[in-house]
Design a protein around this ligand. Structure first.
Ligand code: C2E
Ligand code: CA
Ligand code: CA
Length: 267
């Protein structure tokens, strides 16, 4: 049985968006944000939430990012898409502050977003305009996106860090970063890919990779976050291994804003 009911509806149609469809979607404000809670393993308190974009299509309903992020990256629309996601997330964050529920937000960023100085500048202007503490914003970059050409992205990454934004390496363990690159990159958080978390109890290789990630995190002074935590036993084991943070269906699936507001108090 699928633990993600939203996804079950995806098979009913085969909507393959074109560049123009996606451009219209961005212009017509059809992109919406879902939030997946992240918790602190020690205190079991809420640590933050990852922002996951969805396309609310008037005809086809909720469309998941695997249907349009690659298209956005291929066509260059990723710049506008990320701009929209960041703007929506920051506006939401203001709303939270007013409710006295300041939550750190993790935003997914593509490789192309860090090839110019536009992103640090856009972020700087937005946090200023909305009076947000930049350390409430975590930018997630996949290991493969950033480590492939670290020398060229290092300038942008360092600028973001200097402005106090936090940086997280996503899908860690699936790319090829050298220890030297890892040492040089100014990341605050290392996200262990769900491929390892989900298999760690039955697969020795996955378990060793999880342990190495946690050790690397400690040595390089980065928080480790395990993604794809689906069961209590995996949660307990990660706690025992002293992983700092966790995210996954066991804690909560990604939620709409209203669902998140209902989820928060019972947590
Ligand atoms: P990701 O960054 O690895 O995000 C986590 C994905 O894992 C999400 O899928 C989430 O729903 C799913 N997930 C969370 N917990 C579990 C679990 O316990 N088990 C399993 N099996 N899956 C879990 P989603 O929302 O479909 O997003 C897919 C990918 O799309 C994301 O992977 C991210 O790479 C990309 N993406 C999402 N939003 C954005 C965005 O705003 N900008 C960019 N550039 N990429 C985005
Ligand atoms: Ca991510
Ligand atoms: Ca990930």
């Amino acid at each position: 049985a699928s633990s993600n009911n939203d996804k079950a509806s995806q098979g009913k149609f085969d909507f393959i968006p074109t560049e123009q469809d996606l451009r219209d979607a961005i212009d017509n404000k059809q992109l919406i944000l879902y939030y997946q809670p992240q918790i602190n393993m020690k205190t079991e308190c809420l640590h933050g939430a990852e922002v996951l974009v969805r396309w609310l299509h008037p005809e086809f309903g909720l469309i998941f990012p695997d249907k349009f992020i690659a298209l956005a990256e291929q066509t260059g629309l990723i710049e506008q898409l990320s701009e929209e996601v960041i703007h929506l997330a920051i506006k939401q964050s203001v709303h939270w502050q007013k409710l006295n529920r300041a939550t750190r937000l993790s935003i997914n960023i593509s490789a192309q977003n860090i090839t110019s100085l536009k992103l640090p500048e856009q972020l700087r202007m937005l946090v200023k305009k909305y009076e947000i503490d930049p350390s409430m914003i975590v930018l997630e970059l996949t290991e493969s996106a950033v480590m492939g050409h670290l020398t060229s992205s290092l300038d942008v990454l360092n600028r973001l860090r200097m402005k106090d934004f936090l940086l997280s390496i996503d899908d860690f363990g699936t790319g090829y970063s050298s220890l030297q690159q890892l040492y040089q990159a100014p990341f605050n958080e290392l996200k262990i890919d769900r491929a390892f978390t989900s298999k760690m109890l039955h697969d020795e290789e996955a378990m060793i990779i999880v342990k190495i990630c946690i050790m690397l995190g400690k040595m390089l002074n980065m928080k480790t976050l395990a993604e794809g935590v689906e069961t209590q036993v995996i949660m307990d084991e990660l706690q025992r291994l002293e992983c700092d943070l966790a995210q996954g269906y066991f804690i909560s699936k990604p939620l709409s804003f209203n669902q998140l507001m209902d989820w928060l108090p019972q947590y």
